[in-house]
Write a protein of this length. Structure first.
Length: 158
C-alpha cells in the first residue's frame, strides 16, 4: 500500500511487508524495518471501523521524518512510529498506543513547525493527541470534540 509522498520521495509497503523509501529522482530505494514493533499497521490485523482507504503515513513538512502507523504489542493495537528519513530508521512514538487509523479520513498530520497531530482513543476518534520530536511522549489535547468526528469525515488541519 501507498503510504505518502513528498517532493521526489515516495513511501510504500512492498509485497514482503517492508516499508520502502524510493527517491524517484535518483532511483535510490531504501528499506525501513519496524525495529521493536511487530509490523507496519496495514499488515497487522484490522481495527474495528478502519476502512480500506486509511492514510497510513505522513511526511513532515520538511520531508525529514515520516510518521507511520505500526502494530504494537497486541495484534490489533495500532500506534505510531517516526522514521528518520536520512537514516531510514524507525522508532515508536511514546504515548501513541491509542492512535486511531479510522475510516477514510486523514488521521495524522504534521504542522509546519514540526508537531505531529493524530486521532487517538477511538473509534470514533474523539481525541486529538500531539507529539513533537524531542518531547518524551505524545499527549492528548484538551479539545471539545464531543463525537463530532463520528459523523463527519474530516481531517486534521495541522
Amino acid at each position: 500500500p501507498f503510504v505518502d509522498a513528498t517532493a521526489s520521495l515516495v513511501a510504500y509497503l512492498d509485497d514482503r511487508g517492508n516499508l520502502r523509501l524510493r527517491d524517484l529522482a535518483t532511483r535510490r530505494d531504501r528499506v525501513v524495518r519496524p525495529t521493536g514493533m511487530p509490523s507496519w499497521f496495514p499488515l497487522g490485523r484490522p481495527v474495528a471501523g478502519a476502512g480500506c482507504c486509511d492514510q497510513f503515513g505522513a511526511f513532515s513538512a520538511d520531508g525529514r521524518r515520516l510518521a507511520v502507523y505500526v502494530q504494537l504489542r497486541r495484534p490489533a493495537q495500532p500506534g505510531l512510529a517516526v522514521v528518520d528519513v536520512g537514516r531510514a530508521e524507525a522508532r515508536p512514538v511514546p504515548g501513541s498506543q491509542a492512535a486511531t487509523p479510522f475510516g477514510c479520513q486523514p488521521c495524522l498530520g504534521w504542522s509546519v513547525d514540526g508537531w505531529l497531530f493524530f486521532f487517538s482513543g477511538g473509534p470514533p476518534p474523539d481525541v486529538v493527541a500531539a507529539w513533537r520530536p524531542g518531547r518524551p511522549a505524545a499527549s492528548p489535547l484538551d479539545l471539545p470534540l464531543d463525537g463530532a468526528t463520528a459523523t463527519v469525515p474530516g481531517s486534521l488541519a495541522a
